[in-house]
Design a protein around this ligand. Structure first.
Ligand SMILES: Cc1ncc(COP(=O)(O)O)c(C=O)c1O
Length: 450
């Protein structure tokens, strides 16, 4: 990035108390707690409100257009209103939006996922990533006859009670690094949750070995979130996943890869990238092409517990919208566009973005970095290597810096999440990425000037 900073128009009308955004926000505050149904998009003084999206750009209700590096929390891998995905949705709308009956798109999507993911022999559809995780945990319990589960510190797996643990823990309550405390990340949970969920230290082989030696025989599942954004998208240390596969097998524990976000990185997801064969996997986001979606897939002998013909230990399932044809049609159109060329383009844009952002931070002398893999990137308030959740600064100063950077990015025409989660879409060109990098230059400069 040696070019001069372009004179981009400030996209800051959302901050104006007289803006349409402020009006909508005031209206929302009266009827919706916190004015949002999604706490992940909560920030001060108010969110921007989407009016429309096209490709990699999103226009807010005040008419300000920004480059979208969030894409509905990573769910839109082809950006907004992709013509092929839109055509598939419109065609399905003409045939009917939902049925009691199963339909062809659901069957075809199951086949496509099984074709791309060697670990997936059978597939069960849900309506969200949370539901997929819930079902995976239930399957693991039914399969093993055990109830407790383990997850890695910092891993986010949705808002099912038994996984709402230790993804917001802090130095004040997280305990020993090798034996992390099980810290509820929400109120309203049964106290049983804390006892039922063991928290593991990611990338700490000795720590995991010790904890599983003590608790392994009581665990139904170990949940792993590849490229966990709350852990700075830390990559697995060499050999760590082989170790995890071996030790879970040794203890008869079902290993679940939660690929709700990470499936973006390639046709066989993060498990393909890292060469792991989990017992079960969960998916969502891009698999629904921008519409509600959750998937659990994996070993046929475990998945078969959902088969009503099996009887006995059967796992009950339901869901009015599970396997709905609209989401399945959008997902099919989305995945079919993800050709080897499309993945290569996404990876190139992701690399250009990460390298460019890191160059901006370095040039400004800011101790921050962009991490990630493939089309995913994460802005973290440190330039030190990240091995797990504890390496990502959680202190008030770091959070305040992220808040200001996020706001200045919005003012400079760039959308990322307030905690740094970001992604590129296939709709982005190198010129679009460079525009984002100019936005970062402006935002970093504005943060420095206070
Ligand atoms: C890794 C992971 N698992 C599960 C979920 C929950 O998915 P949903 O928001 O569709 O319920 C998320 C959501 O961001 C996620 O990132």
């Amino acid at each position: 990035m040696n070019q001069p900073i372009l004179p981009l128009a400030r996209t800051a009308r959302f901050l104006d108390p007289g803006s349409r955004t402020a009006q909508l926000h005031a209206q929302a505050e009266r009827r919706i707690p916190g004015a949002t149904s999604r706490l992940h998009y909560y920030f001060k003084p108010r969110p921007i409100y989407a009016q429309s999206g096209a490709g990699c750009r999103l226009t807010d209700v005040d008419g300000d257009t920004r480059i979208d590096c969030l894409n509905n929390m990573t769910a839109l891998i082809h950006g907004h209103a992709d013509p092929d995905v839109t055509a598939a949705i419109v065609a399905q709308v003409g045939r009917g939006v939902s049925f009691s009956e199963p339909s062809q798109p659901e069957v075809e999507l199951a086949a496509l996922l099984a074709e791309r993911l060697p670990s997936v022999e059978q597939v069960h559809f849900r309506s969200s990533g949370t539901e997929a995780v819930m079902m995976a945990v239930k399957l693991a319990r039914a399969h093993t006859g055990r109830t407790r589960i383990a997850k890695f510190e910092g891993g986010y797996h949705g808002y099912y009670d038994y996984v709402q643990v230790s993804f917001t823990s802090s130095p004040a309550n997280w305990g020993d690094a090798a034996n992390p405390a099980s810290v509820p990340s929400s109120t309203g949970l049964s106290p049983a949750v804390r006892d039922e969920v063991l928290v593991l230290p990611f990338n700490d082989r000795d720590g995991v070995e010790r904890l599983l030696a003590e608790h392994g025989d009581s665990l139904a599942a170990v949940l792993w979130e590849p490229l966990s954004n709350r852990s700075g998208m830390a990559a697995p240390a060499p050999g760590f996943l082989d170790f995890l596969r071996e030790i879970t097998t040794r203890h008869g524990i079902v290993l679940i890869a939660d690929e709700v976000i990470a499936y973006r990185v390639g046709p066989s997801g993060a498990q393909g990238l890292y060469g792991l064969v989990p017992d079960l996997s969960t998916f969502g986001k891009i698999v629904g092409g921008g519409l509600p979606m959750g998937v659990v897939g994996g070993r046929a002998d475990i998945m078969r517990l959902l088969d009503p013909a099996v009887g006995g230990r059967r796992v009950m399932s339901g869901g009015t919208h599970s396997g709905n044809p609209l989401s399945a049609a959008a997902g099919l159109a989305t995945l079919r566009k993800l050709t080897p060329d499309a993945y290569a383009h996404l990876a190139a844009m992701g690399r250009r973005m990460r390298e460019g952002i890191n160059a901006v931070f370095r040039a400004a002398g800011v101790a921050a970095s962009a991490t990630g893999e493939g089309s995913l990137f994460q802005v973290v308030p440190t330039d030190r290597p990240i091995g797990n959740y504890r390496d990502v600064p959680q202190d008030a100063a770091a959070m305040a810096w992220m808040d200001v950077l996020h706001r200045e990015l919005l003012c400079a025409g760039v959308i990322i999440s307030s905690r740094g989660l970001s992604c590129v879409s296939s709709a982005m060109s190198p010129a679009d990425v460079d525009e984002v990098l100019h936005g970062f230059e402006r935002a970093v400069d504005a943060v420095r000037r206070g």
